[in-house]
Ligand binder design. Structure first.
Ligand code: AMP
Length: 305
């Protein structure tokens, strides 16, 4: 099947500590979580680089899901590594170590098929790499991007160029505050919209998501989970569900984006139920539809009389 959704981002080996446990050298990275989630909805093509030490089983898992890995290059050297810790407030990751390794010299060159992608997600990675991909896609219908504090602080100019050129920016609330210099999220959202995007999705962990566009606000709750095991990848799997649903339906209307936000929230709620993407490996399309219905039931209310 032709795939119209492409993602560039990190493919990583993560070491994560939470109050409930620790997992060393597990599979992660923004592009990996994104494609594991997006492939539940739509075909997806990955552009990224791994080192020679990357375990084969992750590649097999994604191939089994039909993910197009033509753009996943293996370079001499070590895979990107990230070490993070979460405290009892699972909404905030504390980065302990970042080793870019093979990403330091990564220069993606897209094939003709990849250039023709209609939906583009610039997952969290060096904004200079995000720009290189953006320069090569022909005329996408919708481009969205994510980032994090590491790049907001480290590469602000390149990041600003990315933001000016995307349709939707997806980021978490701490990043929105840091990027905009505004502590109030409404002000932060409005300021970011002035830089170019038509929409900004601000993820608030267990408090849900707020979407801002011109004269439009949409607020979706998070699924009320009793046990959140590992929040790593919640943002990327949200983005995968969001973009995967848009690519599957072709619906970029405001209503379509609102549905995609709820599907993104549904996928993220499954992802955090286990370490790495163990849970995403077993979730079925039907589970997502059921959870979507639960979100709807949870938020609908009658007009006042
Ligand atoms: P999140 O969805 O925000 O929890 O993203 C978690 C993933 O981001 C982890 O699997 C990390 O490998 C990846 N990550 C952490 N720091 C970076 C970075 N500086 N650039 C790209 N990816 C990163």
């Amino acid at each position: 099947m032709a795939s119209d959704l492409i993602v560039v981002g990190s493919v990583a080996i993560d070491s994560v500590e939470t109050p409930f446990g620790r997992e060393e050298e597990s599979l992660g990275g923004s592009a990996l979580y994104f494609s594991a989630a997006a492939s539940l909805f739509s075909p997806v093509k990955v552009v990224a680089v791994i080192g020679e030490d990357f375990p084969r089983d992750a590649v097999d898992f994604l191939e089994g899901r039909g993910v197009d890995l033509t753009g996943l290059i293996t370079s001499p050297g070590k895979t990107f590594r990230w070490k993070g810790r979460y405290g009892f407030d699972l909404n905030e990751a504390h980065t302990l170590e970042t080793h870019l390794n093979v990403f330091e010299d990564f220069n993606p060159v897209l094939t003709q098929g990849q250039r023709e992608s209609e939906y583009v997600f610039l997952a969290n990675i060096d904004p200079e790499i995000q720009l290189k991909v953006l320069d090569q896609v022909d005329s996408p219908r919708l481009v969205a991007a994510d980032t994090m504090n590491f790049w907001i602080e480290g590469k602000p100019k390149a990041l600003k160029k990315v933001i000016e050129r995307v349709d939707v920016l997806v980021l978490n609330e701490a990043e929105a505050r840091m990027l905009s210099g505004e502590s109030n999220l409404v002000k932060a959202g409005k300021k970011i919209l002035e830089w170019g995007p038509a929409g900004v999705v601000i993820k608030r962990g267990e408090y849900g998501v707020i979407y801002f566009a011109e004269n439009h606000v949409f607020s979706a709750p998070a699924y009320p989970l009793e046990s959140v095991f590992d929040p790593t990848g919640a943002g990327d799997s949200f983005a995968g569900g969001f973009m995967g649903h848009i690519a599957a339906t072709g619906d970029v209307s405001t209503e379509g984006l609102r549905r995609a936000i709820v599907y993104g929230s549904a996928v993220a709620s499954f992802n955090v139920e286990d370490f790495s993407f163990k849970r995403l490996a077993t979730v079925a399309r039907e589970d997502l539809r059921d959870r979507y219905a639960e979100f709807r039931a949870m938020t609908v209310f009658e007009a006042d009389v």
